[in-house]
Design a protein around this ligand. Structure first.
Ligand code: ADP
Length: 494
């Protein structure tokens, strides 16, 4: 199959979250299965053209929007074998941030910027003669692709037969904008109806994408179920339910080339399930680096997270002091985000010296040290579409303590106290109370059932969430989308 990925982010060029990891990794594994995949994304100012070997490829390229023609140029490079094309537009992408300015104000023309990206990607296919069997759109930014295919390109020799797949990486971000953008986006007022783009008088990109896509996916089976409910769907549950079997969850893969304790060059010592000696060295080094008391027999709980409401850290803030006052345990915390949480977790070490260590900021190396050196890894997320850190933790033998939501529910197996089976500790209620007692359960397992700890660690390290598996699931999803598109074509034949 020929597959066109259109996305606002792709690692390592531009990344703010899990979306970039998926777009950066999945094409390579699809190519390994024999498919021809290309990626189209914006040329943001932050992308280092020299470092990534970008070269001019095509242009000037005219792109018809609904009521204007816009011009751009196209640059290219390869990312682990996959051709990546960058849309250069001074007007839209030569800016400080990806989505917002330095004061964290979203750019007012975001709907135009990403509507333009989407149409430019389709135009590029025509200009270079790439005939996609599947157009794979990601999140609200490029969710108009399925609509453009069916509204504008249904009759096009090159794009007319392309099926569309839309992947939702986080349903909380839908792209809702004032209706007046409709003309520029070229979506036609006849489609400004509640079953398509209209949402309480505004345009909703993701909603429109769901309506037009031949298949919709999200990043874990449990998140697919949760988003079909009123509280998990952020208003879109009825439309996802209407897709029936054409809305599915596919777990993201984990990049074991980067996250593997046997080969990780960033950690103080390497180790495997057969020889955990290196993990003890990593633990001591972590304790020293984070100003914790260096002791092999005190469990360390690691946290690496964006400090946002979604991650449940405001609940942890309510109980972490009770935990360190009542349990013999340490915390190693890395993260950044909301100022209130940064202040709280940033000042805790001064109040609990030797017991709590924290680093406020983004630090790739420290993230690896925490995964390797901690005994447990805490993710009390309110919701978590897939989550990567718990998969890393499993591979590093660092037992996840998680709220059983989204991908956390799908990747962590509950500890069975009778048999020692499982890979981590799960709780269900999003509350400080639940965090407190589940951490207590993990800590008591550490002290009282060391033989179970050993068994849990071995099971955790044996888990396999490789991209090969995910890529095969996407391959099946594409085949299904193509079938759906053929049916649509028959129904809409003139
Ligand atoms: P999300 O995409 O919602 O942030 P994921 O668990 O899917 O959550 O992915 C988070 C990724 O970002 C992981 O690779 C994690 O290690 C990394 N990360 C988050 N915060 C930091 C930080 N402060 N320093 C280093 N890495 C971080």
């Amino acid at each position: 199959m020929n597959v066109l990925f259109i996305a606002a982010e792709c690692a390592p060029f531009a990344k703010t979250g899990g979306l970039a990891d998926v777009v950066g990794a999945l094409p390579r594994y699809l190519r390994a299965l024999g498919h021809d995949v290309i990626v189209v994304m914006p040329l943001y100012r932050s992308i280092d053209a020299a470092r990534h070997n970008l070269r001019w490829f095509h242009g000037p390229m005219g792109v018809w929007m609904g009521n204007a023609e816009e011009w751009c140029a196209v640059h290219t490079t390869t990312n682990r074998g996959t051709p990546v094309f960058f849309i250069e537009s001074q007007k839209y992408f030569d800016r400080w941030g990806l989505y917002h300015d330095e004061h964290f104000n979203d750019y007012a023309d975001n709907p135009r910027r990403f509507g333009f990206l989407t149409r430019a990607a389709l135009q590029l296919c025509k200009d270079i003669g790439f005939k996609p069997d599947v157009v794979h759109a990601h999140d609200w930014h490029t969710a108009l692709a399925p609509a453009y295919l069916k509204i504008w390109h249904w009759n096009d020799p090159l794009l007319g037969s392309a099926a569309s797949v839309l992947t939702i990486h986080n349903i909380a971000y839908q792209g809702k904008y004032p209706a007046h953008h409709l003309d520029y986006l070229g979506l036609q007022w006849a489609n400004f109806t509640p079953d398509k783009f209209e949402d309480h008088g505004a345009i909703n990109f993701l909603k429109g994408g769901i309506a037009y896509a031949d298949l919709v996916t999200t990043v874990s089976p449990t998140y697919a179920r949760e988003t079909r409910t009123p509280e998990g769907g952020y208003g879109l549950a009825p439309y996802l339910n209407a897709k029936g079997e054409d809305y599915i969850g596919i777990l993201n893969g984990c990049d074991y080339e980067v996250w593997n304790p046997e080969t990780d060059p960033l950690i103080p010592a390497r180790y495997s399930a057969d020889d955990l000696g290196g993990k003890t060295i990593c633990k001591r080094a972590l304790q020293a680096r984070m100003n914790l008391e260096v002791a092999d027999d005190i469990p360390v709980i690691g946290i690496v997270s964006r400090f946002v409401e979604q991650k449940g850290l405001h609940l942890l803030a309510q109980c972490i002091e009770g935990i360190v006052q009542n349990m013999r345990v340490q915390f190693a915390i890395l993260g950044s985000g909301e100022p209130g949480l940064e202040h709280f977790f940033g000042t805790l070490p001064a109040r609990y010296p030797g017991r709590i260590g924290s680093y406020i900021g983004y630090n790739e190396e420290l993230a690896h040290w925490i995964e390797a050196g901690a005994d447990f890894f805490l993710m009390p997320s309110i919701y978590e579409p897939c989550g990567l850190n718990q998969m890393y933790s499993l591979r590093y033998g660092t037992l996840p303590i998680v709220r059983a939501t989204g991908g956390l529910e799908d990747t962590v197996m509950q500890y069975d106290e009778r048999t020692g089976e499982g890979t981590g500790f799960k709780f269900y209620e999003p509350s400080a109370h639940a965090i407190y007692y589940t951490v207590g359960w993990a800590v008591s397992t550490y002290y009282d059932r060391p033989h179970h700890m050993q068994r849990l660690i071995r099971s955790a390290m044996a888990q396999d969430f490789s991209w090969e598996r995910s890529a095969r699931a996407y391959e099946a999803a594409y085949a299904r989308a193509i079938e759906n598109k053929r049916r649509w074509d028959r129904q809409h034949a003139l």
